[in-house]
Design a protein around this ligand. Structure first.
Ligand SMILES: CC(C)(COP(=O)(O)OP(=O)(O)OC[C@H]1O[C@@H](n2cnc3c(N)ncnc32)[C@H](O)[C@@H]1OP(=O)(O)O)[C@@H](O)C(=O)NCCC(=O)NCCS
Length: 157
């Protein structure tokens, strides 16, 4: 795969975000209205990851490979990773880690740490978060809309 690049999302990313969301999650999907709100809110940060080197002859728009959303709540010491996803074809190539590292880099400038929730059976997500220093702090019984359990994870610095 060509190089990928990560940038802050813009209103023009809305359609691609909704498509990736629908393709990724069968539960607790972020709706179009919520994405629109998150894209313009001062208390959220949405990063998107696109395939980088587009051929000069290609008329196809680049494909959205991933997104990560963090809530940057002013009243809290902790930023909250609200959701992240990479497209099925792009997984396991370092995109998720790169987006999260970028968020942690930004969070370190204005927060004391980060929190997130993850399904207990999401071994890949949990592996990624552990790698970047997150630890499980709570079990969240029936946290998700399909009644599955979650973990709260946290990293402080
Ligand atoms: C979780 C998710 C965002 C990870 O994105 P990704 O781009 O595949 O992640 P990366 O390629 O950066 O991998 C980072 C780490 O995740 C873990 N990982 C990734 N793929 C893995 C696999 N197939 N098996 C085990 N661990 C894996 C590893 O710890 C990996 O680090 P390493 O490559 O140094 O070993 C992606 O799998 C996804 O979108 N899943 C569906 C949606 C989801 O679960 N979102 C999170 C909700 S909390």
């Amino acid at each position: 795969m060509d190089e990928f690049h990560i940038r802050q999302a813009e209103p023009g990313d809305l359609d691609a975000l909704c498509q990736l969301e629908a393709a990724t999650f069968s539960y607790d999907q972020i709706g179009r209205r919520s994405f629109r709100y998150l894209l313009q809110s001062k208390s959220s940060l949405v990063l998107v990851c696109y395939q980088g080197a587009q051929s000069a002859r290609s008329t196809m728009p680049p494909a959205l490979l991933g997104y990560a959303i963090v809530l940057t709540r002013k009243n809290s010491r902790y930023w909250r990773l609200y959701s992240m996803a990479t497209s099925a074809e792009a997984r396991g190539r370092g995109l998720g880690k790169a987006m999260l590292q970028e968020i942690i880099h930004r969070a370190k400038q204005s927060a004391g740490g980060m929190r997130l929730e993850v399904k207990c059976d999401n071994a890949i997500g949990i592996g990624l978060y552990r790698q970047l220093g997150f630890e499980v702090t709570d079990l969240l019984p029936e946290y998700y809309s399909d009644n599955s359990d979650g973990y709260r994870m946290q990293v402080s610095w």
